[in-house]
Write a protein that binds this ligand. Structure first.
Ligand code: AMP
Ligand code: MG
Length: 318
C-alpha cells in the first residue's frame, strides 16, 4: 500500500512500521524510541531478536542523543560521508532501547541521503530504526514493488523510486582512534583508511560484531552457483537445462541459452551495485533450476559486490 509523506509520518508517530526509501535499499522503519513499534519490525521481517537495527537520524547533531562517545575519528567520517551510505557503530548511551541494539553495548547510526527520507526524518522529528524491508535472509528490496512482493500489499510503503546506490551501507565500528570494517559497502575500506590514517583493526572472524553478517543472507529463492570466470559458467550452462545467469562485464553477442535467460551488468562497480538486486529479483522470478552467477574480479573496488554475491550463493553444508 503506497502512502504519502504525511501519512507515513502519522503512521510512524502512532507506532506503526512503514517501508521507506533510502539511497542504499528500502528500509522497514519504526520509531527508534518505541519498543512496541520496534518489535513489529522483527515480527514482520521474521528477523531474530539478536540482530540489531541501524538507527537513521536527520543530521550529525543527533549523534550524541544515542552515542555515549563521538570519537574525533567517527566525527571526521560522519563529516566526510553523511548524508550517505556509511553506518557508524559507536558506544551506546544506556537510554537507547535494548531492542534496537539487541542488547549490544553499541548503537549503529546513519544519516541517509535520500531526499524523501531526509524530509521524513526532519518533519517527524523521529529517529527511525530501519533494517532492509524484506523477510529475513531474502533479497534486499531496491524498489517499492520489491517490498510489496516480499512483505505483502498491506505494508505501507513510501515510494521514492529505485534506490540509487543499490546495496546496503558500509558499516564501520569506531572505538577511540581504532576502526573495524563490519560490512563492505560502496564506501570502500580504502576511503575510511585514508581518513583514519591507519588500517582497520583485524577482528577475529568467529565473533562477528555485526551479527547480521552470517553467511546465508541476501539470497534468492532459486538455487545459485558461483563462478570465478565466465568460461566455466558458459560451459556449465551448455550442459544444463533451464538455467538463468547473471554476468558481469561485456554483454554476450549471442544468447548463451536456448531455454534460459541471462542479464549482463556493466563492468563499473557503482552501476552493478545499483542494478544488482533488481537483476537478482528478476532472475529469481523465472523459476529457473539454478541461477549461475559470474563473480566480479577479486579487487578492492568490487569487495562489496563480491560480498553480497558470495552470501547469495552460500549454501549450508549438509
Ligand atoms: P540490515 O539492517 O539488515 O541491513 O542490517 C544491519 C546491520 O547492522 C546488521 O549486520 C547488524 O548486525 C548491524 N548492526 C546494527 N546495529 C548494530 C550494533 N548496535 N552493533 C553492531 N552492529 C550493528
Ligand atoms: Mg537485510
Amino acid at each position: 500500500m503506497r502512502v504519502s509523506l504525511t501519512d507515513a509520518i502519522a503512521l510512524l508517530k502512532r507506532g506503526e512500521v512503514v517501508a521507506i526509501p533510502t539511497e542504499t535499499v528500502y528500509g522497514l522503519a519504526a520509531d527508534a524510541s518505541n519498543d512496541l513499534a520496534l518489535k513489529k519490525i522483527y515480527a514482520v521481517k521474521q528477523r531474530p531478536a539478536n540482530n540489531p537495527l541501524i538507527v537513521h537520524i536527520a543530521d550529525i547533531h543527533q549523534v550524541m542523543d544515542y552515542a555515549d562517545e563521538f570519537p574525533p575519528l567517527a566525527n571526521k567520517l560522519a563529516q566526510a560521508f553523511w548524508p550517505g551510505p556509511l553506518t557508524l557503530v559507536l558506544k551506546s548511551k544506556p537510554t537507547v532501547s535494548i531492542i534496537v541494539r539487541a542488547n549490544a553495548p553499541t548503537v549503529a547510526l546513519r544519516v541517509p541521503s535520500h531526499p524523501l527520507t531526509l524530509q521524513l526524518l526532519t518533519q517527524s522529528g523521529l529517529a527511525l530504526a530501519a533494517p532492509s524491508a524484506n523477510r529475513y535472509t531474502q533479497l534486499s528490496p531496491t524498489t517499492a514493488a520489491h517490498v510489496e512482493s516480499s512483505l505483502g500489499e498491506n505494508i505501507p510503503v513510501l515510494d521514492g523510486g529505485a534506490c540509487p546506490v543499490g546495496i546496503e551501507s558500509t558499516i564501520v565500528s569506531v572505538e577511540g582512534d581504532d576502526w573495524q570494517l563490519l560490512r563492505h559497502g560502496m564506501i570502500a575500506a580504502a576511503q575510511i583508511e585514508a581518513i583514519a590514517g591507519k588500517p582497520a583493526l583485524q577482528q577475529p572472524l568467529e565473533t562477528p560484531k555485526a551479527p547480521g553478517q552470517h553467511l546465508l543472507h541476501y539470497s534468492p529463492n532459486t538455487a545459485t552457483l558461483l563462478f570465478q570466470d565466465r568460461t566455466a559458467l558458459l560451459a556449465y550452462a551448455k550442459l544444463h537445462h533451464n538455467c538463468a545467469a547473471l554476468l558481469i562485464g561485456d554483454a554476450l553477442e549471442t544468447p548463451i541459452f536456448s531455454d534460459g535467460f541471462d542479464i549482463t551488468l556493466s563492468n563499473q562497480p557503482e552501476q552493478v551495485a545499483e542494478h544488482l538486486y533488481e537483476a537478482l529479483h528478476q532472475l529469481d522470478q523465472l523459476q529457473a533450476s539454478v541461477i549461475l552467477i559470474q563473480l566480479p574480479p577479486a579487487t578492492a573496488a568490487w569487495a562489496a559486490i563480491s560480498d553480497r554475491l558470495t552470501r547469495a550463493g552460500y549454501r549450508e553444508k549438509s
